[in-house]
Design a binder for this molecule. Structure first.
Ligand code: UDP
Length: 237
């Protein structure tokens, strides 16, 4: 099921409903793309029709970010819980390990995808990582060939949004994998290059405050949330 938030389709499923749908598509050999939707992207898409169309063309748009949940509540919608990019990747990987589907990690600086793969294998020893590729190889055909020779069912692309979604859309007809997810900076997080907020901050839902303390210039990005909610209220009057 989908619900529109500022003109962008967003899936209403929680993790337990979403993951079987993604794997059913793999089994049916139906290609699908998962994009993470947050208030920042929705505000950008409001001003950028091409970005909006790109997000809407994806088969799955997951509600990443609490702002999307609040927006749905304000418009009396059905999106009840966050489905984050990081946790969706984790659940896809867990299910892939369980049912023997292989994954490929494409993106981030040289060495990072390998380190991320090692961490994933530590957590899920049965996982098959068909290959990795850093996100700075300029020869696109070489990247496509590397992925296709590895024959993974699932491709995670970590080059930042919307670059990664544009790349997937442009090349997926020529690529072997059936399931695609754009995962931004997730390989860096997995590899341990970027620390998540301490547990105390996570527990009270204040990771944003921790990041703001580390990086005060983020206030500009964070001010997008109140602007976004104001826009939702305005449109639902
Ligand atoms: N990146 C890449 N190729 C590029 C540009 C960026 O692989 O040409 C990688 C970069 O190394 C980083 C990720 O893309 O690992 C960008 O993460 P960011 O946190 O900016 O993405 P977001 O989650 O904000 O979309």
């Amino acid at each position: 099921m989908k619900e529109q938030v500022l003109g962008v389709d967003v899936n209403t499923e929680n993790y337990d409903e979403l993951i079987p749908k993604l794997f059913a598509n793999i089994d049916a050999e139906k290609k699908s793309l998962v994009v993470a939707i947050n208030p920042e992207k929705l505000m950008k898409a409001k001003e950028d029709p091409e970005l909006k169309a790109l997000l809407n063309r994806a088969e799955f748009q997951i509600p990443d970010g609490v702002g999307v949940i609040i927006a749905s509540k304000l418009q009396k919608g059905n999106i009840k819980s966050r489905v984050t990019g990081v946790d969706t990747m984790d659940r896809i990987v867990r299910e892939a390990a369980r049912c023997g589907k292989s994954i490929f990690l494409y993106g981030a600086k040289p060495g990072v995808a390998d380190a991320a793969a090692s961490k994933l294998i530590e957590t899920y020893p049965d996982l098959i990582v068909a290959g990795t590729q850093d996100g700075y190889e300029q020869d696109t055909q070489k990247v496509i060939d590397t992925i296709n020779e590895a024959k993974p069912e699932i491709l995670f692309v970590a080059m930042g949004s919307p670059k990664q979604e544009l790349w997937i859309e442009q090349h997926r007809d020529n690529l072997y994998p059936t399931l695609y997810q754009g995962v931004g900076g997730t390989f860096d997080v997995l590899a341990g290059n970027i620390k998540r907020a301490p547990a105390a901050f996570q527990k009270v839902g204040a990771e944003w405050l921790y990041r703001l303390l580390l990086e005060p210039t983020r206030i500009k990005r964070q001010m997008n949330l109140p602007k976004f909610l104001f826009e939702i209220i305005r449109q639902n009057k």
